[in-house]
Design a protein around this ligand. Structure first.
Ligand SMILES: C[S@@+](CC[C@H](N)C(=O)[O-])C[C@H]1O[C@@H](n2cnc3c(N)ncnc32)[C@H](O)[C@@H]1O
Length: 182
C-alpha cells in the first residue's frame, strides 16, 4: 500500500493474476452481491472490470453499472477485455479515485448497491472510502465490502480493519461468508 501507487502494480503479470482471480471468485462474489434486474450499481476500484461486467449482466438492460478505477492502464485493459468479449458499453467505466468518486449530478445517494472488492486493503484511509460509498448509495441501498483481512493484518493494519468494520457495522452493513463471526 502506497500513497499514489498500488502494491501489486498494473503490469501484464499482475493483470493475468487478477484475471485468474476473477475466474475463480466471481461466481461466489456475484452470489453474495445478489444484484437484481434494474439495479443501479457502483463498483469502486473495479480493476479490469471483469466482475463489474458480470454485475452489469445481472442488472440487465434496465440496470445501470458504473465502475471507478484509478489506474489508466487498468481501464485501458478493461476496455480491451470488454471489446474482446463483445461487451463494450455494458459498464460506464470512469477513471477516478475512490476517495473522490467521480459521480455526476444526481448520482450521489442514488445507487442501489455500492461495492468494492479487494480495494480497502490498498488505501491509507479505508474508512474515508467507505464513507464516500455510503454517500453514493440511496437510502436503504446496500454497501458490499469484500477485502482481504489477512492482508490488513499481515501489513500491520489491524487497527484499520477494526475501524472500517466499526463503520460498516454502524451503517448496518450485513457481513457475509468468511467475514461472519470475525
Ligand atoms: C486487487 S485489484 C481488484 C480489482 C477488482 N475490484 C476485482 O476484484 O477484480 C484493486 C484495484 O484497485 C485500484 N485502486 C487502488 N487504489 C485505488 C483508489 N484509491 N481509487 C480507485 N482505484 C484504486 C487498483 O488500481 C486496482 O485495479
Amino acid at each position: 500500500m502506497t500513497d499514489d501507487g498500488y502494491i501489486h502494480g498494473t503490469g501484464a503479470p499482475e493483470q493475468a493474476r487478477l484475471g485468474l482471480m476473477n475466474r475463480i471468485l466471481n461466481e461466489g462474489s456475484l452470489r453474495e452481491l445478489a444484484v437484481r434486474p434494474g439495479d443501479r450499481v457502483l463498483d469502486v476500484g473495479c480493476g479490469l472490470a471483469e466482475l463489474t461486467r458480470a454485475i452489469a449482466s445481472a442488472a440487465g438492460l434496465s440496470g445501470r453499472v458504473v465502475g471507478v478505477e484509478r489506474s489508466r492502464e487498468q481501464i485501458e485493459a478493461a476496455l480491451a477485455l470488454a471489446r474482446e468479449a463483445g461487451e463494450e458499453g455494458l459498464v460506464d467505466l470512469r477513471e477516478g479515485d475512490a476517495l473522490r468518486l467521480p459521480l455526476a449530478e444526481g448520482e450521489p445517494g442514488s445507487f442501489d448497491v455500492v461495492h468494492a472488492r479487494f480495494l480497502l486493503e490498498h488505501v491509507r484511509d479505508p474508512l474515508a472510502v467507505v464513507r464516500g460509498m455510503v454517500l453514493a448509495a440511496r437510502p436503504g441501498g446496500r454497501i458490499v465490502l469484500d477485502a482481504a483481512l489477512d492482508a490488513f493484518e499481515a501489513w500491520g493494519r489491524r487497527e484499520d480493519a477494526a475501524m472500517w468494520f466499526a463503520m460498516a457495522c454502524a451503517e448496518g452493513v450485513r457481513l457475509t461468508g468468511a467475514l461472519e463471526g470475525r
